[in-house]
Write a protein that binds this ligand. Sequence first.
Ligand SMILES: N[C@@H](CCC(=O)N[C@@H](CS)C(=O)NCC(=O)O)C(=O)O
Length: 216
Amino acid sequence: MKLYVTDLSPNSRRVLATIHHLGLGHETEVQKFNLLAGEHQSDEFRVINPNVKVPVLVDGDFRLWEANPIMIYLADRQGAEEFCPSDRMGRIEVLRWQSWEVQHFNRALGDIVWETVAKQVFGMGPADEEKISSGQENFRRFAAVLEDHLADRDYVLGDKPTAADFAVGSHSALALHPQSQVPLLEFPKVLAWLQSLEALPAWAKTAPEAPAQAAE
Ligand SMILES: N[C@@H](CCC(=O)N[C@@H](CS)C(=O)NCC(=O)O)C(=O)O
């Protein structure tokens, strides 16, 4: 298999971490693009992903873009039932949380850390305080849902990490960045869960080299 990724990207990290978590590192060639240098903007890559974005997985003749479906594909390919259940209700739970993180949780989190971390890393001007504040308001709304959910379980689907955790927690490095201004102290279960994700071998192996580089 070949996986196209970029450094410092939560979308890439969740897939790369899945590769390691499922023990697929030895059979996966990883190609890293420097997006700032425009390395992904080639005619060759446009054929592989017409969106011209990473991550993309190529497995034989099959090309798959979008991080969350790639994780499910890899789990199914390996028969990794614990990481992504194949029964109807288990699969729906994974999809529920993946949809929720894209639309709500990580959208709010992303709005905050774009202003507080990424703009500084990329030298894109001062943070917009109004955007930070509205991002924090949205984050509080959705983090409260996750906080309640984690009251009686260690991970999103129960006692083991799954593709739901790797999706919802994909922005962990940015969220835990000291300058992030993500109000995690108000949500101790969410904070502890993010820290436990960071401690997983596959997650630790894919950590950004420096927290300050954790921006998309
Ligand atoms: N919805 C996509 C998002 C992919 C995405 O936005 N990738 C970014 C890096 S995190 C990218 O390739 N940006 C390059 C560009 O837009 O030119 C997914 O889940 O994979």
